[in-house]
Design a protein around this ligand. Structure first.
Ligand SMILES: Nc1nc2c(c(=O)[nH]1)N[C@H]1C(S)=C(S)[C@@H](COP(=O)(O)OP(=O)(O)OC[C@H]3O[C@@H](n4cnc5c(=O)[nH]c(N)nc54)[C@H](O)[C@@H]3O)O[C@H]1N2
Ligand SMILES: Nc1nc2c(c(=O)[nH]1)N[C@H]1C(S)=C(S)[C@@H](COP(=O)(O)OP(=O)(O)OC[C@H]3O[C@@H](n4cnc5c(=O)[nH]c(N)nc54)[C@H](O)[C@@H]3O)O[C@H]1N2
Ligand SMILES: [Mo]
Length: 815
């Protein structure tokens, strides 16, 4: 069938299926061809034969194609796909909530879409009608799927808005502490603002500091398909020979690429290092007094703190050295170098995903203010270059629109129109399990009190709770309190296995959608079904529309358009915008046929963009959004909140667990950090062939220093038990001095594989969040503290059992 015919028909055409490698792959729509596609790893070419995706080739417009996409054929056509709608046995028997303690233990039953959707629609509606929005957990966090139309998170939120509201999150897991503290300091969330460009940095900086960031790894992926332009900036930086530093708890890939000077600190002690540096700059008159006077408020209070005027503790380099482990001389030398020459500090996010994670971000702004480079072309601090491959020159291009939760006014008189009065209940991102544990509890949040909702039904899509969230054994326990768990998933993940209703989802190359590449906006790209959805999977859009239909609101959801219809609408809007930019775009049919349209022209006006340059130039005219209009080194607003765990200026506070706590380290002497893996996007792709590059002895690797290995009699490839009071995991030993003594690294996202499903038990595969604790960063942001963990490591002496994480659960064909 020709694509043009397919377009006309507007449905998936069918031709005879040839023998397929595994159950579920039936046919391709684009026979024996190269088909363009895109996802969060970047754009790509799929090479197809008559029945399946054979391989992936690089897209020529991608500056640094992501090798992760090579595993797509295996990932998409994986044994681990959910092929049919499934309902847990007891739930199906009862036609509703039943025996939640059996989740993960009993069989699933294959059902028709009608049965699954009826049950899902009923659970959502009944609970909403009885208990209101607080009963419906609809966070749908975050990284699964993509697209401007059918991203599961957007369509689920649209569906739950039509229902009348749900529990959503504010902030995120990525940078939740930064998002809440920065408005008090800089007057905007700052962490997602447009970044200073690499070009401006390379032109002007003499020192570039990578502070808790690993852009060589983390820029591989993006929220919208990346063309990886940021890596060109990094190449230019390397070529320039500019001195680079890496302030980190280990030597990471970025430091190795640049040959950076390592500034290795004890995990979670950066705030002390920074305050010690501030003290040094002040007492040695190396700081920019004029910048402080003109652009900041509160310096005198901060100064009194680091001089120890009230607590009699002088926070000098010697004090900082004792806490962070770096020598006094090294601290002085580093501070001096940054003060004497034009410097840029690129700040990562791992830093604030820790107990009191607000403080290092605030302290870094204070340090930068004292250095005085802020707002000079290419200099100062930057939060956004470790992510989204940002910082290249933008293209002159239209901005593609997308589906949202806004419901068209023409449906206002439909039924009782519950979306008109829909009111969501917002809790800080990562506080959801605390809500299950303590419904009704009041928690502090950024000067307000939040009452945690009593949630009864969860609609899960695009997220992976049991790998993402902290203290997995506690999640297992609290999870039982949900009456109904509905999970829309392409794969049999741990979350799917611990659900009542599992809805099989079609992935990007199995459905229609549209997107724009990031971060420069160079391409508008079409997602098209290159293969038929596996088994009976359907798009998130279709699923949510069908659920709304059961409430009588199918058309309100879809506005009478299918995904192709929405594609055409958003494309037409881009064509209109383009006209205003003097750009002619091809017809929709041509675009759909080819898969992409390119915008070539650089937007030179933004090429040397520098954060806070306008503020530096004219602080009266370009006031910041803070109460003073300036950078706040002391915040009267935060002072008024009176939080002991978030003082009103950058302050060193001991984290709940750290290497400086002699009592705790006696039992658990190793700090575990969980960086993001270069072999996956969180948990995604871990079920594919790429795992072969990423594992040691069939487990997630634990990077451990030679001395720590020796003390435990460990060799490369050994399987170890990593444990603390919260839980235990197995991991495969990789001995390396890129991690210092007493620090071990286990990447986040390895699939959770408990020995006994549904109970507190040993994770055989290495899901690091079994070890982490679930506590907010502070009363201010209540973000997650994933990087604050102590544990012990020992050789595993028990029986090694086969990994179950990637197997399907037991499935019955009927009740
Ligand atoms: N210890 C520790 N924990 C961490 C972090 C850390 O640094 N350390 N980092 C945190 C951060 S920054 C983040 S952002 C979170 C990430 O947390 P999540 O966003 O939950 O991470 P993913 O594993 O990407 O989950 C995406 C899920 O969506 C599914 N999926 C894929 N495609 C589709 C689709 O089309 N539709 C639907 N419905 N589902 C789909 C995937 O199979 C997968 O199960 O983790 C956090 N957790
Ligand atoms: N390949 C790949 N890329 C990704 C992702 C992925 O899963 N895989 N996830 C994406 C997402 S959602 C996000 S939010 C970003 C995450 O981006 P980041 O949060 O910046 O990444 P992380 O790997 O968590 O941490 C960055 C660095 O911080 C260091 N670090 C940890 N604790 C400390 C500390 O206490 N002090 C100091 N100085 N350094 C510390 C780690 O060793 C690591 O090198 O990455 C994005 N990019
Ligand atoms: Mo993130």
């Amino acid at each position: 069938m020709k694509r043009r015919d397919f377009l006309k028909a507007g449905i998936l055409g069918a031709s005879a299926a040839s023998a397929s490698r595994i159950e579920g792959v039936t046919q391709t729509i684009f026979d024996n061809k190269k088909v363009f596609g895109a996802n969060r790893f970047g754009p790509f070419w799929l090479n197809l034969n008559s029945s399946q995706i054979v391989s992936v080739s690089d897209f020529e417009g991608d500056k640094f194609p992501n090798t992760m996409n090579y595993s797509l054929p295996d990932n998409i056509q994986n044994e681990n796909r959910v092929l049919y709608p499934m309902v847990r046995k007891s739930y199906l028997k009862a036609k509703g909530a039943a025996k939640s303690e059996l989740r993960g233990k009993e069989e699933f039953v294959r059902v028709s879409w009608d049965v699954a959707l009826d049950l899902a629609a009923k659970a959502l509606k009944e609970n909403f009608d009885k208990y209101g929005a607080e009963a419906i957990y609809g966070e749908c966090y975050w990284w699964g799927g993509s697209g401007k139309i059918g991203w599961g998170r957007t369509v689920a939120h649209r569906m739950l808005k039509i229902l009348g509201g749900y529990v959503e999150e504010s902030g995120d897991y990525s940078t939740g502490a930064g998002l809440v503290i920065m408005p008090h300091v800089l007057g905007s969330s700052a962490v997602y603002d447009a970044p200073t460009t690499w070009k401006a940095i390379v032109k002007n900086a003499k020192n570039v500091v990578f502070w808790a960031t690993d852009p060589a790894v983390t820029n591989q992926i993006s929220s919208i398909p990346p063309t990886h332009d940021g890596y060109i900036g990094m190449q230019e930086l390397k070529k320039s020979g500019i001195k680079t530093y890496s302030v980190n708890v280990m030597r990471n890939d970025t430091a190795r690429y640049f040959g950076s000077e390592d500034i290795i600190v004890r995990p979670n002690t950066d705030t002390a290092l920074i305050i010690g540096m501030c003290h040094y700059l002040f007492t040695n008159n190396l700081y920019d007094e004029e910048f402080i006077k003109k652009y900041t408020v509160g310096f005198n209070k901060f100064k009194a703190y680091f001089l120890g005027e009230s607590d009699k503790i002088v926070k000098d380099a010697a004090w900082a050295s004792k806490i962070c482990g770096l020598s006094e001389e090294a601290i002085a030398k580093f501070a001096t170098a940054l003060a004497k020459e034009p410097s840029t500090i690129l700040i990562g996010r791992g830093l604030q995903r820790a107990d009191h994670g607000e403080q290092p971000f605030w302290a870094l702004v204070a340090l930068n203010a004292m250095l005085g480079h802020i707002g000079k072309e290419g200099l100062g601090f930057e939060f956004s270059l470790g992510y989204d491959s940002a910082g290249a020159t933008n293209k002159v291009a239209p901005i593609l629109k997308g589906l949202s939760t806004r419901i068209d006014e023409k449906y206002e008189n439909t039924g009782s129109a519950p979306w008109k009065s829909a009111k969501n209940i917002t809790i800080p991102s990562s506080r959801s399990i605390e809500a299950l544990e303590h419904p009704g509890k009041q928690i502090d949040y950024d000067g307000t009190k939040i009452k945690l909702p009593h949630m009864r039904v969860a609609y899960m899509a695009c997220g992976s709770m049991f790998t993402r969230h902290q203290d997995v054994n506690n999640i297992v326990k609290q999870w039982r309190k949900l009456d109904t768990v509905i999970t829309a998933e392409p794969y049999w993940t741990s979350t799917a296995k611990l659900s009542d209703i599992v809805l099989p989802v079609a992935v990007e190359v199995e459905r229609n959608d549209i997107n724009q590449t990031g971060a420069t906006g160079e391409y508008i790209v079409a997602y098209r079904p290159a293969i038929e959805p596996m088994g009976e999977s359907k798009s998130d859009f279709w699923i949510c529309e069908q659920i709304c239909k059961r409430w009588g609101y199918g058309e309100v959801f879809s506005e009478g358009k299918d995904e192709l219809g929405w594609m055409k609408e958003f494309y037409a809007d881009a064509v209109e915008q383009a006209k205003g930019l003097n750009i002619t775009m091809p017809s929709f049919e041509e675009f759909y046929d080819k898969g992409f349209v390119r915008f070539e022209k650089d937007d030179e006006s933004s090429a040397l963009y520098t954060r806070l340059a306008a503020f530096r130039e004219n602080p009266a005219k370009n006031r910041l959004g803070t109460p003073s209009g300036k950078i706040e080194l002391y915040s009267p607003v935060i002072a008024k909140m009176g939080y002991a765990d978030c003082p009103p200026m950058p302050t060193w506070i001991e984290p709940k667990e750290w290497l400086g706590d002699a009592k705790k380290t006696a039992k658990y002497p190793i700090h575990i950090v969980s960086p993001h893996s270069r072999y996956r996007l969180h948990s995604q792709l871990n079920n594919s062939i790429i795992r072969n590059f990423a594992e040691v002895s069939g487990r997630e690797p634990v990077l451990i220093n030679p001395k720590d290995a020796e003390a435990r009699g460990l060799a490369n490839g050994d399987i170890v038990r990593v444990f603390n009071d919260r839980g235990e995991i197995l991991a495969g030993v990789l001995i390396t001095d890129i991690v210092p003594e007493r620090v071990a690294a286990i990447c986040e996202g390895a699939w959770y594989d408990p020995e006994v499903w549904g109970e507190k038990s040993l994770c055989q595969h290495g899901c690091v969040n079994v070890l982490t604790f679930d506590k907010g960063t502070s009363s201010l942001a209540q973000s997650n503290s994933a990087h604050t963990v102590l544990a012990q490591i020992e050789k595993f002496k028990g029986e090694i059992k086969p990994i179950q994480a990637f197997s399907k659960p037991k499935i019955l064909q009927s009740l």
